[in-house]
Design a binder for this molecule. Structure first.
Ligand SMILES: [Fe+2]
Length: 172
């Protein structure tokens, strides 16, 4: 049995390469990974879950380019459908165990499905993605940003740490 990679450097480098020429996507997943790790640690996720969560954060949007190529859009559903097919070979090539690869692919396939989230790794990934998306999607529109944050606070966010980060950045 292969051992778990000590860190995610090889995966992150592979994803940098995959997103070559698209700094927006690279900057996005770097931020989502950092926030997911911070929220996960503050919420007391165990080491194993945290490891899988970080790997998932790095590759969570890996379906975007395929979605644009095949469907000419970047809808959440299409990304969920196509992301695992891109991420799986990257994860396998960089040494992740099959069970962890499967979990990361499951997280990718559900990270735009917000109803009935029961798993902490998915919840934290979704919160970290929202924190970055609210900032990136409403960069020059403070009113829209506040409305997005209020809606996310009411409908999406559950963790104490994620809610505090949301309020401190967008609702204070
Ligand atoms: Fe994302």
């Amino acid at each position: 049995m292969r051992t778990k990679p000590q860190d995610h450097t090889a995966l992150e480098l592979a994803m940098f390469d995959y997103d070559k020429g698209d700094p927006k996507r690279i900057q996005h997943f770097v931020k989502v990974r950092a926030l997911a790790r911070t929220i996960g640690m503050a919420e007391g996720l165990d080491e194993e879950t945290l490891h899988t969560l970080e790997a998932a954060a790095i590759v969570h949007d890996s379906g975007i380019h395929e979605s644009e190529r095949i469907y000419h859009d970047t809808s959440g559903k299409h990304q969920e459908e196509l992301g695992p097919g891109v991420a799986r070979p990257l994860l396998e090539a960089t040494g992740y165990e099959p069970a962890e690869v499967d979990r990361v692919c499951w997280l990718i396939a559900h990270h735009h499905s917000y109803a009935d989230i029961h798993d902490m790794d998915l919840q934290v990934l979704v919160e970290a993605d929202f924190l970055v998306n609210i900032y990136e999607d409403a960069m020059e529109r403070p009113g829209a940003r506040r409305r997005m944050a209020e809606s996310a606070a009411a409908k999406i966010f559950k963790t104490k740490t994620g809610l505090a980060l949301l309020r401190d950045q967008f609702l204070s």
